[in-house]
Write a protein that binds this ligand. Structure first.
Ligand code: IMP
Length: 437
């Protein structure tokens, strides 16, 4: 048995959906531990493209329990829309469970998210506009609404009364937005609660019962390491902890329950929203990667910024997540290039630095120091074993593994499940700690 955390090692959109989908096959339970409907997974199953924002991709496996943990924030309207979409695609949703203590994104959170962004002007964060920051802010202020509150009218009224008054005042006086009507909010959210009630569980009990029965648990991170509230490019981050440690807090387990941590990184880098991005490309190369990689956000449709692979942030992701191994995705997107650059260090104020600076202002001044690799200039989409890859593609992978000092377990060469090379078993293969001794 093994309990595994899968995280994004860059700025999100690394292709975690496909990797967790592959690993979910051997998981009895998949737990989403942070974030909300700001995330987006595109999964291709038998030629059907399914887009999920909140529900773990493990839902596609009939015997897998999918748990949305206490560390997440849920937008019930979007969640119910996803459930309806899955049902319309004849996917069994009986294994879906929702933590009673997860916080709920309310209509005022969405309104405030957009209004605050507008007000920030040039200093905007580029949020997804899904109300994530304001929901987590209310959680920290202890004025949030939790899933359990949607199941009882009196409790919902009690919990909502003061925050709604306060939010209405804020909306009206600062942002010039019409106030929300308490009665309609109560009715709408009670109805959501009623529809979701059959999925609501006490998450900690469920997980620990599964752990005691030696079930395989997969903890699925959303977004990515550089968007982590504590360890990312603050303030250009999301409001939760996508790093592997977030799994402990967001699911309610101790670190000793976790056997493996797998990082997912694209063969290049992308970022949506604002914030420093040292290896960012412009012009033709940027357009080429955007086009070949289909680099448009699943949630907002925004064009993603593209850049070369950044080994400095890669090494940082290995450290802050304690990665055992890596899954490298979208290697095929680089197929046509004659040369590929990899950032191995930065130049900051005339000095070479090998580490990730904790200040976003410093990061914004960092210039990438590149090493140039030869491209392979042929299609690798049909390769199924490492040995099928052209030598230049193998060299590229070895270079990344050396740079990050962590083995590559999975290589993805396209969106479908079969366009994957499993180099070594990411769950039962050698652990990084053992490899480096
Ligand atoms: P928020 O999470 O909507 O508050 O957005 C904060 C930052 O995180 C913005 O730069 C978003 O573009 C980014 N972000 C949030 N979710 C994702 C994601 O799933 N993939 C990539 N970027 C994301």
């Amino acid at each position: 048995m093994a309990n595994v955390v899968v995280i994004g090692a860059q700025w999100g959109d690394e292709g975690k959906g496909k990797v967790t989908d592959l690993l979910s096959r051997s998981a009895d339970m998949v737990v989403r531990y942070q974030g909300g409907v700001n995330a987006g997974h595109t999964i291709v199953v038998d030629g059907r493209v399914l887009k999920l924002h909140l529900i773990p991709s493990g839902i596609l496996y009939p015997y897998t329990i999918c748990l949305i943990g206490p560390g997440t924030v849920i937008d019930p309207k979007v969640m119910l829309g996803e459930l309806d979409m899955l049902l319309a695609n004849k996917i069994d949703i009986s294994g879906l469970q929702l933590a009673s203590s997860a916080h709920v994104t309310m209509p005022y959170h969405r309104l405030l998210d957009s209004a605050m962004e507008k007000r920030r002007g040039d200093r905007r964060i580029g949020t997804t506009g899904r109300g994530i920051g304001p929901t987590y802010a209310d959680k920290s202020q202890r004025s949030g609404i939790r899933v359990i509150d949607l199941l009882d009218e009196q409790r919902l009224r009690d919990r909502l009364e003061e925050p709604l008054k306060e939010k209405n005042k804020l909306l009206q006086t600062i942002y010039g937005i019409e106030p929300l009507d308490e009665e309609s909010v109560v009715h709408e959210y009670l109805e959501y609660g009623q529809r979701l009630s059959k999925h609501v569980v006490d998450c900690v009990q469920v997980i620990h019962k599964a752990a005691k029965s030696r079930k395989n648990i997969l903890f699925e991170g959303a977004q990515g390491t550089l968007l982590d509230l504590d360890h990312g490019t603050y303030p250009y981050v999301t409001s939760s902890n996508p790093v592997s440690g977030g799994a402990c807090i967001g699911a309610g387990v101790g670190p000793t329950l976790i056997d493996r941590v797998i990082g997912v990184a694209k063969a290049y880098c992308t970022r949506v929203g604002k914030g420093p991005f040292p290896t960012e490309l412009s012009g033709n190369l940027n357009d080429q990667l955007t086009k070949r990689g289909g680099e448009f956000g699943t949630t907002t449709g925004r064009r993603r910024r593209c850049g070369w692979f950044d080994g400095v942030i890669g090494r940082y992701a290995v450290q802050v997540n304690g990665l055992d191994c890596l899954a490298i995705t979208k290697l095929d997107v680089l197929d046509e290039l004659d040369e590929i650059q990899v950032c191995v260090a930065y130049e900051l104020d005339g000095e070479r630095v090998e580490y990730f600076p904790s200040s976003s202002d410093d990061l914004a001044r960092c210039k990438p120091i590149f090493e140039t690799m030869k491209g392979w200039q042929c299609s690798i989409k049909k390769c199924r074993k490492l040995e099928d890859l052209p030598k230049a593609a193998m060299n590229y992978l070895y270079f990344l593994a050396d740079l990050m000092e962590v083995p590559i377990a999975i290589v993805s060469l396209g969106a479908s499940r079969d366009q994957t090379i499993v180099v070594e078993d990411p769950i039962h293969g050698p652990k990084r700690a053992l490899l480096s001794t």
